[in-house]
Design a protein around this ligand. Sequence first.
Ligand SMILES: *Cc1c(COP(=O)(O)O)cnc(C)c1O
Length: 413
Amino acid sequence: MKYSDLISITEQFGAPVYVYDSEKITSQYKRLTNAFKGVGNLRLNYAAKALSNISILRLMNSLGSGLDTVSIQEVKLGLMAGFAPESIIYTPNGVSLEEIEEAAALGVQINIDNLSVLEQFGSKHPDVPVCIRINPHVMAGGNSNISVGHIDSKFGISIHQIPHLLRIVELTKMNINGIHMHTGSDILDIDVFLYASEILFETAKNFKNLQFIDFGSGFKVPYKTGDIETNIEELGKKLTKRFNDFCADYGKELTLAFEPGKFLVSEAGYFLAKVNVVKQTTSTVFASVDSGFNHLIRPMLYGAQHQIVNISNPSGRERYYSVVGYICETDTFGNNRRINEIQEGDILAFKNAGAYCFTMASNYNSRYRPAEVLWHEGSAHLIRERETFDDIIKNQVDLKDLFIQKHSQVVVK
Ligand SMILES: *Cc1c(COP(=O)(O)O)cnc(C)c1O
């Protein structure tokens, strides 16, 4: 997308606003499928929690993607966006048996990540096929050292509990049709990913009716210069070979599944905010934008570094700025960044704003959540209206009859 397109979107829809470029989402999707073209049955299940706007889900569906969901609400969104139930996988953590049963009744693929619910679900619904989420206890220990750490992660069924798991499956006679892992951000490089995959293959041998093996996600995209990016093409080559060999041994052509979130949508997104105030202090020049961590929490929550560009003055002289928000506590988007000279009223673009940005937005400080716009084939489509004051008070119950003003207000003389 051109910066001039982004500027015209703020003129049309106001700021702050999230903008997503459908072309970038599409090219990332194709890049990933292309890297695994040697796999007979490949399935990408887009992780809805990264960016769950219904129009984005429709775009994913049109590309041929499935959907990875973590809540019953995401399942319902996916169904509403036109996904067939069987192309949705439901991978919750720590939810009630009732919620899992509700998802199963909707016909989506269930993925269970603890022994307690597995036993309860298997006893009640032995005929519903279930995928199990394994925790391979693998993490990158810097410089491609692999450690079998993370024993305390709350996700997945530990590989050390496989004997117990097999007993449950045998007793309940439930049907395990998939094996899954998602180690999230622990997997930085391909060797670690492949190492964890071996553990998954080893586990898979215990089950005779598998239809798929799901390798989760955790693919990296660059946020700032020098960042590691997962070499998808190399991973594709190596894992494809290993997977096809495994299927030959297993005696059946299984589906290889992934659930990318960030990889598909992060770089497609821009968050655009207007500069309210440029404030020079003795040590720093602050640029305060008409937004805060209520709209983009990743810098404060994870220390994420989103590149910031002054798209109103992209060729201006560079100076150092700390870009901050309007929230009434420390609310820094970027410290001491070199940015083209900023004037009040300029529009700053925060890059990599597609994944885990709008979906983590809140109404803190009673602010409205921003609008969302999809840029598709050269035109801008509003896909979420900016909130209004009605949205702020919509679900609030005003006990105005209980708290009638009994005392006249104290007037300070
Ligand atoms: C969040 C999540 C993903 C997506 O992770 P990314 O790092 O965004 O690719 C995939 N699978 C599961 C189970 C998740 O919870």
